[in-house]
Design a protein around this ligand. Structure first.
Ligand SMILES: NC(=O)C1=CN([C@@H]2O[C@H](COP(=O)(O)OP(=O)(O)OC[C@H]3O[C@@H](n4cnc5c(N)ncnc54)[C@H](OP(=O)(O)O)[C@@H]3O)[C@@H](O)[C@H]2O)C=CC1
Ligand SMILES: O=C(O)C1=N[C@H](C(=O)O)C[C@H](O)C1
Length: 269
């Protein structure tokens, strides 16, 4: 019998970390070889199953990425921008596929992934669900079909613990709309309106972020013209849609040539 790929989950105690661990434990296509938390975290040294409130899993949470990455075929990483950048170098060294779900990156972080992908296999997406990735394609098509008489607005809603805005998904959808329209998002992005903003600039792509309660993740792309509106909507109600997508990406990445891939590659969209 051939062994399934071994996976390390970083940020093991996080909302996504715990969901990823459950998804891997439920799967018969992969197995968990490591659960990583930052040094000083109170889960370090504890059994991961017990720390998550269940039964013993026989695997202790570690704070040593090098030691666990060396045992893994893939690292699934939903943490923070600086942590993901640090893990990229270590995953490349261990020759493990690095699946990055973290959002909130700035250009200097993205440059590190681009450089690492010369030698490493990275799959990175601000949203790992099938639904959202399909939505990016629909958004691109609709934006390409409509002219600037239609104002494009991306509206997102998330739980009150989210630290970045606009969400990674909102930016993916904005990029898709810009691509459909044949413009660079950097030139037309309008985020965070407040005060006397003046009238909306024709051709801009606007972003609005709502934060509250336990909203898992909701995204609307609004195309608004005089007399009619089109809304394309995705609503995530369960984080499993992200963890299942991430596991799919980790398996898809096995044996792939070095490069930076996204979920469109994984899903064949
Ligand atoms: N691409 C996608 O499909 C999705 C992406 N996300 C993104 O994933 C990220 C995490 O989200 P979420 O799980 O809700 O956030 P959480 O804050 O619940 O989890 C993040 C975890 O990462 C840990 N962490 C941070 N830095 C390090 C480090 N250096 N070493 C080890 N662990 C570290 C945190 O530990 P500590 O608490 O000690 O800081 C925490 O446990 C966000 O960027 C979010 O936007 C979320 C859902 C879906
Ligand atoms: O932080 C979250 O929770 C989520 N983050 C991702 C994003 O920034 O788009 C994906 C999902 O919407 C949940």
């Amino acid at each position: 019998m051939t062994e399934t790929p071994g996976i390390v989950v970083t940020g093991a105690s996080g909302r996504m970390g715990q969901m990823l661990i459950k998804t891997i434990q439920e799967s018969d296509t992969a197995h968990l070889v490591g659960a990583l938390e930052r040094p000083g975290h109170d889960w370090v040294g504890r059994d991961i199953g017990v720390a998550m409130g269940g039964s013993e899993a026989g695997l202790l949470v570690t704070d040593d990425p090098l030691e666990v990455f060396a045992k893994a075929q893939a690292v699934i990483d939903f943490t923070s921008p600086d942590a993901s950048v640090a893990f990229a170098g270590l995953a490349a060294q261990a020759r493990a596929v690095h699946v990055i779900g973290t959002t909130g990156f700035e250009d200097h972080h993205l440059a590190v992934f681009k450089a690492a992908a010369r030698h490493a296999t990275i799959v990175r997406a601000g949203n790992m669900s099938l639904g959202v990735n399909l939505l990016t394609q629909l958004t691109k098509k609709v934006a390409a079909a409509l002219d600037e008489d239609f104002d494009i607005e991306v509206i997102e809603a998330h739980h009150n613990m989210k630290v970045d805005a606009p969400s990674g998904t909102a930016l993916m959808l904005g990029e898709a709309a810009a691509e459909g329209r044949g413009v660079d998002l950097k030139d037309v992005r309008d985020s965070g309106r407040d005060g006397i903003t003046g009238a909306r600039k024709r051709g801009d792509i606007g972003f609005t972020a709502i934060r509250g309660g336990d909203i898992v993740g909701e995204h609307d792309v609004l195309f608004a013209a005089a007399g009619e509106r089109i809304v394309i909507r995705h609503m995530a109600t369960d984080r499993r849609v992200f963890s299942r997508g991430a596991l799919k990406a980790a398996l898809w990445g096995q044996g792939k040539a070095p490069g930076e891939y996204d979920m469109l590659d994984v899903l064949g969209l």
